[in-house]
Design a protein. Structure first.
Length: 87
């Protein structure tokens, strides 16, 4: 429901932040509440980490100085991965 709300409020930002394609964003946007409840009640993992690099996870969890700077640096690295995946 949170992802759907983000998609409905700003689709371009949602696609970037969630690391999903436009097709998936449109699919999620169109789901009814009943469909969302059915998805949430499955025993399967429906989402996955969009990064395999432990350094990115480390930046998000083990920042030593400025939290905002660490998150900005992480966003820059992730945006590069998204661009590579779309090519």
């Amino acid at each position: 429901m949170l992802a759907q709300q983000l998609i409905r409020s700003d689709k371009a930002t949602a696609i970037f932040r969630l690391g999903i394609s436009k097709d998936i964003a449109e699919l999620l946007e169109g789901l009814s509440n009943l469909q969302l409840v059915k998805l949430s009640s499955t025993n399967m993992m429906l989402a996955r980490f969009r990064f395999d690099d432990s350094s990115i996870l480390g930046m998000l969890t083990n920042y030593t100085k400025e939290r905002a700077q660490a998150h900005l640096h992480t966003a820059i690295l992730i945006s590069g991965q998204v661009a590579e995946a779309m090519v």
